[in-house]
Design a protein around this ligand. Sequence first.
Ligand SMILES: NC(=O)C1=CN([C@@H]2O[C@H](COP(=O)(O)OP(=O)(O)OC[C@H]3O[C@@H](n4cnc5c(N)ncnc54)[C@H](O)[C@@H]3O)[C@@H](O)[C@H]2O)[C@@H](O)CC1
Ligand SMILES: [K+]
Length: 501
Amino acid sequence: MQVLRAEEMYDWDRKAMESYGREGQVLMENAGRAIAEEILRKFPETEKFLIVIGGGNNGGDGYVIARILKDRRRIATAVQVVPDEKIKGDALYHKRVYEQSGYSLSSLSEEVWNENTVLVDAMLGIGVKGALRAPFDELVSKVNESQMHRISVDIPSGLPADEGVKEFQAVKADTTYIVQAPKQSLFLDHTAGYYGEWKVLDIGLPPMASPKVSREIWTEGAFAESFPVLPGSAHKGTRGKGLIVGGGRMMPGALMMAARASIRAGAGLTTAATVRDIIPYLTPSLPEAMFAGTGESSGVISSVDPEVLEGKDAVAVGVGMGREPESRPVIEMLLSRTSGPLLIDADGLYHLRFLLDDLKKRQEVTVLTPHFGEMAHLTGEEVSEVKRNPFSLSRSLAYEYGVYLVLKGPNTIITTPEGSQIIEPSGNEGLSKGGSGDVLTGVLLTMLMQHESPVKALANGCFLHGRTAELLISKNRTVLDLLPTDLTDGLSLTYRTFLPR
Ligand SMILES: NC(=O)C1=CN([C@@H]2O[C@H](COP(=O)(O)OP(=O)(O)OC[C@H]3O[C@@H](n4cnc5c(N)ncnc54)[C@H](O)[C@@H]3O)[C@@H](O)[C@H]2O)[C@@H](O)CC1
Ligand SMILES: [K+]
């Protein structure tokens, strides 16, 4: 499913009408009807509905919803909150249909606020611009203070559809019925929560007319369909031989978790490279792994023998490595000598900030997996700015350095060097613990070795990680006690659920 910006949504709408014979009034009928049906399904009992109608096409949808609720003999009060002359075009057409059906409008009295139980917010849609003007500024506060269940039409009124907006005032919806395609703000850290529970409804825009943007949500169907089927004769070689460089005297656990996750995810052979002293402590918990000792300086990795790279299908570096400058040459060496995919994570990203030019020289697949803080460090932006503009900042970084970028968050955004984007929304707050990134690194390493498309490999790895967290919570864990190591041991839940082979 495509995720759109407001302008892209308008393009689709325009093209549907100009080139595919669709009528605006019909599309509005479809939108309003689809939403009304959802509302009726959600509230089959004797709720009292208040429909608040604004001056654009979002308000037009509101007129359709109000008419259908009344047609079905439900108790519904409709209020138009802008002067009559603001209602134009398709919205005016549907206002007339509403009135010709014998239905009337009410004014916004105190009773209206107090007597109703469900509010349908059809005030403002994706056409909102700038700070809210009267009467919407006060109305939005009043709506948010009311005790009614709030249902927003297409988007919570006042909320920007696109990334990048710093200040806004918006309805905090309990439920949002999104018209045709989710908008960017559904996936941003500072706006996602305004949508409440949400559902996307098809209003009949022709798929042939959809905008040519590559910004998609990764689904369980996409995971199941694209997950590579290994031949029955698969051996270590076909499953992939991976190398993970990381850990040190202070953080051996990160390497342990990444290596174990890589093995559990299905790697043929995983080698963990770290300072020699800690290898004996890691072996009991990683019986399936191979080990390679690295050069060491004050307990941190200071060099890796390039011979270790021989025969490896992919390499991951950074987990638990520390930020001491002594480790920087390791990243430098891997950037120039790794012939397959190279994934850089965690402390590796810290060092990378000083090696960005080396990144540009690489011809092979390079993957960076920053969280918001690491992304801020890499781009020199504030964390709040990264959260506000994750799509465009990811694109510029991926394009400039020719890398695949996995920007980790509640909605992980995966970007290709060409700028295509996948949003992977699975997971829960149980993942916000030290170590879950290390597990992801191990999983991604394995996926990269087994899939010929790096972007699909990355999307599948994020899905595997996030869905496992969800399935564990639905079984015997909670978001409080979920551990990164539970994820590793729980990977089979996701495999068994979605790949019943
Ligand atoms: N395919 C589509 O895109 C379809 C869209 N539909 C609906 O149409 C909506 C978009 O319609 P519009 O483009 O008319 O946009 P809106 O319905 O968001 O309304 C824009 C109106 O709000 C006012 N406004 C904008 N910013 C304001 C501010 N800061 N303070 C106060 N008033 C402000 C403007 O004066 C303008 O009249 C969608 O959200 C959706 O609900 C549906 O009707 C059917 C088809
Ligand atoms: K709305």
